[in-house]
Each structure stands twice: as C-alpha cells, then as structure tokens.
Design a protein around this ligand. Structure first.
Ligand SMILES: *Cc1c(COP(=O)(O)O)cnc(C)c1O
Length: 234
C-alpha cells in the first residue's frame, strides 16, 4: 500500500471524527483517535506516525514489544486486546493505557508489576455491554463492585470504561450499547465523587466510531478504516 493511501485514509478518518464532534457539539480535542495497527508492519505505522498520529492500538503483547523497539518513543501504545496475567510484566512500563481489564486477578497483577517498575498504569474496565458470549469483559451488573475492588490498588489508575460492540452492518444498532456504557460511567462517577479520574470511554471502531462519538466516546479505535483489511494468514 502506498504512502498516499494511508495518508488519505488517516486524514479521512480524522475529518470524520471532527465532523462527528461538530454534530454532537463536542470539542474534537476530547476525542483521541487510536490507530489500531495489529498485524500491520512497522513501516505502515511509521507512515501514519508521519501524518501526526501518536496513539496506536495493539492486541498482542509480543507485537507491542517488537514494535515498541522499532518505532519512535513518543508513541502512546494502547493495549486493547485480552491480556493474560503472565504477560503483564512485559508491557506494564511500555503502554500508555490498558483498555482490557476484566478480572480482579489481572488488575492485581498489573498493580504488582507496576509497583515493581515504579510506574502508574492507566487502565479501563472492559464491559461486555451487549452480553455477547464470544467476548471478554465484565457484565454491566458486575462493574460497580468490580470498580470498588480495584479503584484503590496502587500502581493502577482506573480512568474509565471500554467496550467492543457487536459487528453490525448498520451502526445505529450499536447506539444503545454506547449510551449504556456512558450511563454506567456516569453512575460510577456519581457514586465516587472523591475519585474524579473516571471519565474516559473507549468505544467505537471502523464501522461505528461516529455514532460512538455522538454518544460520548473519548477514545475511538480504528483499524481497517486506516490500514485496510487485516490478513491473519501471514
Ligand atoms: C481490531 C480491533 C479494533 C479495530 O477494528 P476495526 O474494525 O478494524 O476498526 C478495535 N478494537 C479492538 C479491541 C480490536 O481488537
């Protein structure tokens, strides 16, 4: 894929993000576009970096470690995939944010490894709002108790919630899930007025990021829309 295609894609997505913000009367600075670069070679990430992108999303620990070494150090790496506890130690000091905290065991491991490396890791709690059996994440009704159990762990800062909405043809079908996630965060924030750090909502992918922005997303995770289709066979 040539330079200009990536540049065109990235610019188009950025423009659509801005348009969605305008429509929703939101400040575009409150929405971060994460370029989801899983399976893509570092050369492609570099091209998108050169267009101004600093936020990249990956779902495999090994891939983050490889790319981290080869790309500029001011990139903010977002771990957006399911994270096994035994791999936390490899990335805890490399990632800007872990979007996929879905078990107490994982939260405790992040806390432990963060303390060892003397860092504080920003995390989001992953919620399976659509109750899809194939997906990881907490059920909506579990999130309150879960939040209270992890909020005071040292070395870890709970910044908000994340969800992976179902794959749908019509993005409007996912609007309700985004509304639900936002409401859940508002409810958590209302109960925890002493902890004002919960404000981030990671929701929206290539097929539905504009709807997610209209409903309050602060991070959208766009892969295919920037890098094109992924080929898992290679
Ligand atoms: C792959 C992935 C994305 C990006 O998906 P696209 O449909 O290609 O934009 C977003 N979020 C997560 C958690 C992913 O694994």
């Amino acid at each position: 894929m040539s330079d200009s295609v990536l540049k065109d894609n990235y610019t188009e997505v950025l423009n659509r993000v801005k348009k969605a913000c305008t429509k929703a009367e939101r400040n575009p600075e409150d929405v971060t576009l994460i370029a989801v670069s899983k399976t893509k070679p570092v050369e492609m990430l570099q091209e998108v970096y050169d267009c101004g992108c600093r936020d990249f999303g990956e779902n495999k620990v090994q891939e983050i470690m490889d790319k981290y070494e080869k790309l500029p150090s001011d990139i903010r790496w977002h771990m957006i995939g399911h994270l096994q506890t035994n791999k936390v130690k490899y990335i805890v000091d490399k990632v800007y944010m872990i979007h996929s905290v879905d078990s107490i065991k994982l939260a405790k491991e992040i806390s432990k490894e963060a303390l060892k490396k003397n860092v504080t890791v920003k995390v989001l709690l992953e919620v399976n709002v659509a109750k899809e059996e194939t997906k990881f994440g907490l059920l909506t009704e579990e999130v309150f108790d879960f939040y209270n159990e992890v909020v005071d762990l040292p070395g870890l800062k709970v910044c908000g919630l994340m969800t992976i909405a179902p794959y749908v043809e019509n993005s409007e079908e996912n609007r309700q899930y985004f509304v639900n996630l936002k409401q859940l965060m508002v409810d958590i924030a209302a109960e925890n007025t002493d902890n004002i750090s919960v404000g981030e909502l990671s929701m929206g992918m290539t097929g539905d990021y504009e709807v997610a922005i209209e409903e309050g997303a602060t991070f959208v995770r766009v892969g295919t829309g920037i890098f094109g289709e992924r080929n898992y066979a290679i």
